[in-house]
Design a protein around this ligand. Structure first.
Ligand SMILES: O=c1ccn([C@H]2C[C@H](O)[C@@H](COP(=O)(O)OP(=O)(O)OP(=O)(O)O)O2)c(=O)[nH]1
Ligand SMILES: [Mg+2]
Length: 150
């Protein structure tokens, strides 16, 4: 069973005519974000851009939104989200933006309304740091970074 949570959303003036993001299948984890660019944005190979979505959201406390790449754009065009997963905090009220980067060989054109990334809503647990003098011992200890072999 897929859980649902209400998220207040404002469509900003430059995105007023665009559809709201939506899930493309019944149990999809991410809703696709649309590019609210006024004119076509061409990303040359190796270049990045902060792409507007035309949306501001208010997540309920205890949730985050993750901005993730679309696998189709990555596989076909080498286009991904530079800071994936981007983190939208529950107390952020600015425009949701997508930092796209073109890691492909060809220029990539972002057109208005194209689906550039997906947004996954996830619960948040904040850690409380409890400072101590020493930590308990474990079999792994300080081993990491490949210490268990290939
Ligand atoms: O892909 C992203 C990542 C972040 N944000 C917005 C929402 C988030 O709440 C805010 C801050 O993001 P983050 O904490 O990752 O960036 P920062 O560089 O630490 O900025 P700040 O100092 O404002 O926290 O920017 C986006 O719109 N898209
Ligand atoms: Mg931050």
């Amino acid at each position: 069973m897929t859980a649902h949570v209400d998220i207040r959303v404002v469509r900003l003036p430059h995105g007023a005519d665009l559809a709201l993001p939506s899930y493309q299948s019944e149990h999809a984890a991410g809703m696709d974000l649309l590019a609210a660019v006024d004119v076509d944005l061409t990303l040359a190979p190796g270049k990045r851009a902060m792409v507007p979505t035309g949306l501001a959201i208010a997540l309920p406390a205890g949730y985050e939104a993750q901005v993730r790449p679309r696998s189709g754009l990555a596989a076909k065009n080498g286009v991904t989200v530079l800071n994936t997963p981007g983190t939208v905090d529950a107390d952020y009220r600015g425009e949701v933006k997508v930092i796209l980067i073109n890691l492909g060989d060809e220029p990539f054109v972002v057109t208005r309304g194209s689906r550039i990334a997906q947004m996954v809503i996830a619960p948040v647990t904040q850690g409380r740091l409890v400072e101590v003098e020493t930590l308990d011992e474990t079999a792994r200890g300080a081993g990491g970074f490949g210490s268990t072999g290939h």
